[in-house]
Design a protein around this ligand. Structure first.
Ligand SMILES: Cc1cc2nc3c(=O)[nH]c(=O)nc-3n(C[C@H](O)[C@H](O)[C@H](O)COP(=O)(O)O)c2cc1C
Length: 302
């Protein structure tokens, strides 16, 4: 018998993911504990937090110039900023803020356009590029069309070509299986995002559930990022303990962005980072590289 009650529809991947976060309990370790460091080293740069912006897009209906405001908030918190779908002018405006930005490019059917966007992002000074490979199909088994743009799934060979075309680290976003983790390594990716793209498919396994298996495949060769349903510093800690190097937060920063623009984003990241530090302190985790997965316990039912 499952002890926990589902808080949403049983098929809803976001509800299942929330339930899984809440099924994870933590032991405490106090002796020899120190004030922890939440500093993140990534692609040769240092950030104050492992909490990054998710690769969002189209935030103008949340806040005027929402993507740029989010970037300013990330910069103010010295956090990594990510940007999803948007035109060249938008990525130029985002990077002009000075925010250290990762640009996730869609799996457009037109590969020439992808090469062009990779090159453009490189010229804008992004720190990495990548692709959300989980956004190529619609739910009907046909290629997706996103705001009029045709998508197409990419082969391992095609991914290798994109990766070869840039000197920047290339990140594959939307890895939710060991198979894709092996392929990401073979393709030459310099990072993966373990994600189900906020429930792009029903009954998707929670990223944290599959994370330890994926982390074993990756074996510390490249950074692992996680997103989907990260709401608090506690969630961040659980992701880090199970094998993530950093996490992305999307929907949890949208309300603060709506209320207070860049400062709302900054404050939300700082609040979650402080909460993360609080748990790190009480689990004797001195820095991000010293979080022991053995502090995690599994509530019954999973
Ligand atoms: C408004 C919105 C726009 C998004 N746009 C993109 C996008 O363009 N590219 C992408 O890879 N992911 C996109 N995502 C997905 C996020 O990057 C992320 O995977 C997802 O929201 C899960 O994180 P969360 O639960 O913290 O929101 C978008 C999500 C939201 C809510």
């Amino acid at each position: 018998m499952r002890e926990m009650e589902m808080k949403g529809n049983p098929w809803d991947s976001n509800a299942i993911t929330r339930e899984y976060f809440d099924s994870l309990l933590l032991e405490m370790r106090h002796i020899d504990a120190v004030i922890p460091s939440t500093k993140l080293e990534l692609y040769g740069e240092t950030f104050d937090t492992p909490i990054m912006m998710a690769a969002l897009s189209h935030l103008n209906n949340v806040y005027e110039n929402g993507m740029v405001e989010m970037a300013k908030g990330a910069l103010a918190a010295n956090a990594v900023n990510w940007a999803g779908m948007g035109d060249e002018a938008e990525i130029a405006a985002i990077t002009a803020t000075g925010a250290r930005t990762i640009n996730i490019i869609k799996p457009y059917a037109d590969n020439d356009y992808i090469f062009k966007r990779i090159e453009y992002a490189e010229r804008c000074g992004v720190i990495a590029v990548g692709m959300d490979v989980d956004h190529s199909f619609g739910g009907n088994g046909l290629y997706d069309v996103v705001l009029g743009d045709k998508m197409k799934p990419k082969t391992l060979m095609e991914l290798k070509e994109f990766i070869k075309s840039t000197k920047l680290p290339f990140i594959i976003k939307g890895v939710l299986s060991e198979q894709d983790a092996y392929k990401a390594l073979e393709a030459g990716a310099k990072g993966i995002v373990v994600s189900h793209h906020h429930g792009i498919m029903n009954y998707a396994v929670p990223p944290l559930y599959t994370l330890p298996k994926i982390a074993k495949v990756i074996n510390r060769q490249i950074p692992i990022f996680v997103d989907c349903g990260v709401m608090s510093g506690m969630d961040v800690f659980k992701a880090l303990a199970l094998g993530a190097d950093a996490v992305s937060a999307g929907r949890v920063i949208m309300e603060p962005l709506k209320k207070n623009g860049a400062m709302g984003v900054r404050d939300q990241i700082i609040k979650m980072t402080e909460e993360l530090a609080g748990v790190m302190a009480r689990t004797c985790s001195q820095d991000l590289n010293h979080i022991d997965s053995a502090v995690i316990y599994q509530r019954n039912g999973w």
